[in-house]
Design a binder for this molecule. Sequence first.
Ligand SMILES: [Zn+2]
Length: 132
Amino acid sequence: MHNIENYYEVLECPETATLEELKKKYQTLVKQHHPDKGSKSYERFVLLDKAYKTLKDEKSRKDYDAELLAQTCNEESVIYASLNKKDINLNSDGIFGFTCRCGGEIPITEEHLCEDECIVECSECSNAILIK
Ligand SMILES: [Zn+2]
């Protein structure tokens, strides 16, 4: 199965981000990954550009959101661990990075802690953890 790229993750923004927020982040990231900085940066740069162009337009963002949602629903995530809220210490950026067994990071934010119970998925694989 081919997974579509999560453009919100590319732009390091939540899915609820406003156009202004997306734009700001895009401008910052584009500066960091400017093609002048090497070939690896170039790939990232192209992806950032694609992500921003898709999300800045209301219509294409809507289409994309629907596509992303469909993908999320089809994906079966495997909950393999559970964490107690009181064991979670957010860092100064408001994030607690839980290391997934694939080595990827499962970013837990304050938002997840507001809910009674919440499932957070790894961005690298289909594993997920339960927070309660
Ligand atoms: Zn993982």
